[in-house]
Design a binder for this molecule. Sequence first.
Ligand code: ZN
Length: 184
Amino acid sequence: MRLRLVDGVSGAGGGRTAAETHTLLRRVAIGVYAGLKNTPCCLCGRDETHTRIAVPPRALGLMENGDPISWRDVVGTVTLRFCADDWDLVSDLAIEMDTHPLSRCNAAHVSLDLREDHEALLSAVKGETDQTELESRLAAEAEATLDAVDDPYTEERDVVEAIVVLRALEELGVRDPPGDPVAP
Ligand SMILES: [Zn+2]
C-alpha cells in the first residue's frame, strides 16, 4: 500500500510539473480528510460526544475490530471519544476498578493518522514508525498525572486517561504491572 507518488516528485532535477504538483496536493487532501477527525462515541456509536482521550497506537490490538489496522503505521496517538453516558462508565471503570474499556471500544470509531498520509507530505518512504518513544512519553506523562492525583488542578479526565494508558500498556506487555519489578 505504499504510495508511488514520491517516484515522480523526488527525481533528478527536482522540478515538478503542474500535474505532479496537482497529484501531490490531491494526495495531501486525501490524507487530511481520511483522518476522521470527528468520530462518534467509540463505545455506542452516538455522534454527540463529551470527552476524548489519547492512547498509544498499540492499544488498537485490545479493541474490537482493531486487528486489521496496522498500528505500527499510525503516526502519533489514537483519539477515542465518548458520549456523556459512556464517559461516566469509563471514569468508574478506571478510577474505581483500575481498568480500561478498550475491549468494548470499536476501532472503526477512533481517529488516527496513518503513516501513508505523512509520506505524501514528506515525499519520503521510511520504515515503520517506532512506537516505543511515544509509548515511553505517554507512560511518563500518565505516571506524572497519577503522582499529582491529589493536586486540585489535576482533572478527572487526565486521571482516567492516565489509567487507561498505563493499564493498556501493561496488558500489551510493554510495561510491567505495578508491584512486579521483574522484567519478562
Ligand atoms: Zn456512547
